[in-house]
Write a protein that binds this ligand. Sequence first.
Ligand code: CMP
Length: 384
Amino acid sequence: MQAQKTTSSPTTTQVPPVEFDLNLTRTLVPLKDMSESHLLALLDDAVVETVCAGQTLFTAGNYDAQHVYLLHGDVSLAAEDDTCTRIKGRSSLFPIAHQQPRQFTAVAETDCSVLRIDSERLDKMLTWSQVADYLQLIISRERDLDEDVDWMMIVLKSNLFFKVPPLNVEQIFSRLTPQVVYAGDVIIRQGEMGDQCYFIKEGEADVTRHSDNKRQHLATISVGRCFGEDALVNETVRNATVMMRTDGVLMRLDKQDFYRLLKEPSVATLALSELEAHIAKGIVAVDVRSEEEYSEMHLPQAVNIPLNILAIKSRLLAKDNLYIFYCDTGRRSRAAAHLLAQHGYNTLALENCPQLFTPAGVQQFLKDTNNYVLRDGVAVLGQR
Ligand SMILES: Nc1ncnc2c1ncn2[C@@H]1O[C@@H]2COP(=O)(O)O[C@H]2[C@H]1O
């Protein structure tokens, strides 16, 4: 986390830093639905910014592709028709007026602290964290007598899935090759090209980097940790040397299989232009965003199955019915549609979802705030 950093924006300057509260971050929407480790990896790149009274946080009409959360202080939101709303830090768990392009100009009324997170990165980490949750539950349910289950759980929790989507992981397990290694073995040498990445099944390794004739110890890594993924993801040379500190067992994944892991699975999609006709026919839309996001606004008669509880709630869907999955970016909904299609459900992911969340899309499609639940596979009005 780059805490208490002043933004590069010309409209802000540094004021005395405010204590950053990690527990508060755990309550924010949709960060609260991520695993602890994914959240911490996301916050590593986030910026907590202090903003002086009178300065601008963002401007109406701009695209900035950021989630901006107000942690402390008061902010006024001015619309283009000159109406003004005041919001107080901690009064909302949502990002401030989160529509792109911005519908309001946000100005600090008092000295404030805000958390800025890159929206694309947040969306990736949220999806990957929730897909890993889904797979962990499915794997433990389907293979409860399988001795590899513990190992699969460890791999799914590994740092690899901060960098790549876990969607294809099930096909990859059978491709992992064990390799017995000994203390002092150099597994990866800085500056060389890479053809494999590794998971540590047993033992510990040291990661070091040399520059200016000095060797710097970066980390000691142990069971469950993946290494050697950076050169494959970034298609470059090894950025560090990894040497075994103890005897152990590594599970090796070759480059070709690693690239299979990166591949987005193909998912059947529905164009936004066809949405109304499908809903008119009674086909149920499934909103895979969080409960809080769904309660604010959703498609007509859509039900809510947040991706992080998909494995639990999917049994409410009828295998004979068609369902249209959607979210605000298309990433969580494509993942849900793909995962359920693999288990015999009839799914479509809504294409061009970001258009839905523009003012015109909201006006046309997202006005329903009633709560619907699934009964016998169809949507019925539920209780608040
Ligand atoms: N600071 C670090 N902590 C732990 N592991 C690291 C660190 N920096 C690099 N690595 C790992 O060391 C590996 C060296 O090869 P790669 O660049 O392929 O991938 C790199 C990462 O997996």
